[in-house]
Each structure stands twice: as structure tokens, then as C-alpha cells.
Design a protein around this ligand. Sequence first.
Ligand SMILES: NC(=O)c1ccc[n+]([C@@H]2O[C@H](COP(=O)([O-])OP(=O)(O)OC[C@H]3O[C@@H](n4cnc5c(N)ncnc54)[C@H](OP(=O)(O)O)[C@@H]3O)[C@@H](O)[C@H]2O)c1
Length: 346
Amino acid sequence: MSAKLNIFITGATGYIGGSVVSCLLKHPQAASFEITALVRSAEKAEKLHTLGIKTVLGSYTDKDLGFLTKASANADVVFAIADSDVLPAAHAILGGLKIRHEKTGKAPILIHTSGLAIIMDDARGLHGDHKVYSDLESEALNAIAESVLHRDVDISIVAADKAGYVKAYLITPGTVFGYPSGPLVDLNIQNKHSIQLPYIIKPSIARKQGAYIGKGLNTWSAVDVNDTADLFIIIFDAAISNSPAAGHGTEGYYFAENFEYTGLEAAKTISEKLFELGLASSPEPNAFTQDELDKNFGSFWTLLSTNSRAKGDRGRALGWAPKFGKEEFLANVKEEVAFYANELKA
Ligand SMILES: NC(=O)c1ccc[n+]([C@@H]2O[C@H](COP(=O)([O-])OP(=O)(O)OC[C@H]3O[C@@H](n4cnc5c(N)ncnc54)[C@H](OP(=O)(O)O)[C@@H]3O)[C@@H](O)[C@H]2O)c1
């Protein structure tokens, strides 16, 4: 039996996952890790091999997910950081971890990525008045309906933890922003951009003015991508050392957040940058019309204008100390405006 800690990671080339891989590569115990990453392209696989990372080729959307079960059955720790919402993929990973448990008698570790949409309301940008949930409110969080975004997968994972064959931790970020760095960025195989910001930035560039939904009063929690990766590593360290301080399963939501921003603040920042770039006639934002909302987002606009307000108390109790706040967020929004303005011009 290998003395190495076998780690399987999905989403390794993503904004969050790539940042986690970079942290694992420079972890004090890195020499004892055998890392295998799921990838969707042979080209990215080859580049990961240069970092000493093994790969499995496949997609969560493949018909046969046996490769996920097999890779998870070989893992002591699985980081699931690809698409949060593919239930068959979650089942395939859990199936593999169950096999691992039967083989070793130990409960392997699953660190899964959920999202703060689990606590959103339906404000449509009209107010910011929504409960701020702490991740310590386990009873309330476990009672959230299966129909809410991310919850079908989360519920399956918590049930597996309850059944005792896996120890499951659910990292749950708000809007993730900031600049990843490290070997995967250097190899040009990691996504370097927030997946949430372009939803509002791209249509703002097209309409030549920053825009909010409703009154722009909806409020979201946000967190830097490197701070998010730090939280993954703090949970990983606690889990592999069997720390009783790290809750799991029904006590396993870890909210990743460090401050809040409103739709209006984001829109104002986008408008100011567009004005500075000579791409808007005013630095002031205004509201998307209903026609614009329907055209740009379809029914998705209601999700973009929710409140989702959180306190990540559980990670902080383990020593997580996120460093980057609103100032860095607004600066990042401006950089992303410049990036997409350039990209859309090309
Ligand atoms: N970023 C946020 O603001 C945020 C906030 C809350 C929750 N989350 C959740 O966290 C997860 C990761 O987010 P991210 O920002 O890191 O996203 P990302 O930058 O788009 O990265 C996604 C990663 O997953 C891989 N991937 C995507 N679809 C896949 C599939 N069908 N099968 C296998 N691999 C797949 C991608 O591989 P390729 O390199 O091949 O594309 C990439 O490595 C997402 O599920 C997201 O919902 C993100």
C-alpha cells in the first residue's frame, strides 16, 4: 500500500480549483501527496504532468462516469471543484468513496464546492433586507429545500456523511473575485477570471453604461479567490489530521465570504471604468430595462438580483483569516471591465 496521501481533484484548471492545486503544490507536506486531477483536454493534462500531477480524462457530463468512481475509490481525499450542480457526478464520486471506505475501513474525505445561492431570496434588486446566515446555523441550513440551487447535490453529500462512509465538508463561496497566481497560471491552463462578474460586465459594455437590476439594493457576500483557496487548505489540514474542531456532514457548511457589496456599487464601478475608458458618456449607472433583462439573461435575471448574505464563522473558528476586502474587489471589477472591453473589441 502506498504511504502517500492520494488526492483526487476535479476542476483543477478552474479559477478556484487551480488556486487550490497551487496551494497543495507548496503545502509543507506536498512531498507526501499523490495528486490526480480530472481534466477535459489532453493538452491541459500534458501540462499538469510537468507539475508531477497525474490526470484522468473525462467530463461530469459523460454518459459513463465510471472514471469518476474509479478515481475516487483510489483517493483518501477528493476535492470536488468543478461544476457544483451535476448530481450524477456527485453520486459517482460518492460511490467511489464508499468503495474506498469498504476497502480501508476508514472514512475518506470529500471537500465539495457549493455556493451561497443556497441562502438567496427573490429581492429582484428592490431591497437588501435579508437575513444574514451564519454557517453555524446548521439546523436552518440543512432544512433548505432540495429545489434550491446546489441543494440536491449538497443533500446527497450530507446523507453520505451521515451514513458514515465519508467525511464531507461543503465550502460555500459568495461572489469569488481576484487574481489567481501560481504554476497553473504560468502554464496558461487556469481560468484567471471570476465566473460571476462577466454576467453584469459584458452587457454593461454593450449598452455603454453600467447597470443594476431593480434599484440595485440587493446585497451579496464576496471573497477573494486566494482567500477561498486558503479556506480549502485549512479544512484539508483539519480533516487529514482528524481534528474534532472541523465540523463535517450536517455541521459541514463553510461559508467563504469577507464583505458585502450591492448591485448598485458594482454597477457604479463598472460605469466609472467605462467612462474612464471613453466607452460611456456618463460615469453614473442606471437600471436595466425589463427588455434588456429578458434579452440578456432570460429568467436568470431574478437570480442575478437576489440577496445572499452570509457569515463564515466556521472557517474563522479554525483560523481562516481572509485578507482581501471591498477595495480590492472594486479594483478587480475595474480590471475586469478593461479586460472584457478589450476582448469584446477583438
Ligand atoms: N467563482 C465563483 O464566484 C463561485 C461562487 C460560488 C460557487 N462557485 C462554484 O465553484 C465551482 C468552480 O467555480 P470556478 O469559479 O472555479 O469555475 P471555473 O473557473 O469555470 O472552473 C471550472 C473548472 O471545472 C472544470 N469543469 C467545468 N465543467 C466540467 C465538467 N462538466 N466536467 C469536468 N470538469 C468540468 C473546468 O475545466 P476546463 O479547464 O476544462 O474548463 C475547470 O477546471 C463551480 O461549480 C461554481 O458554481 C463558484
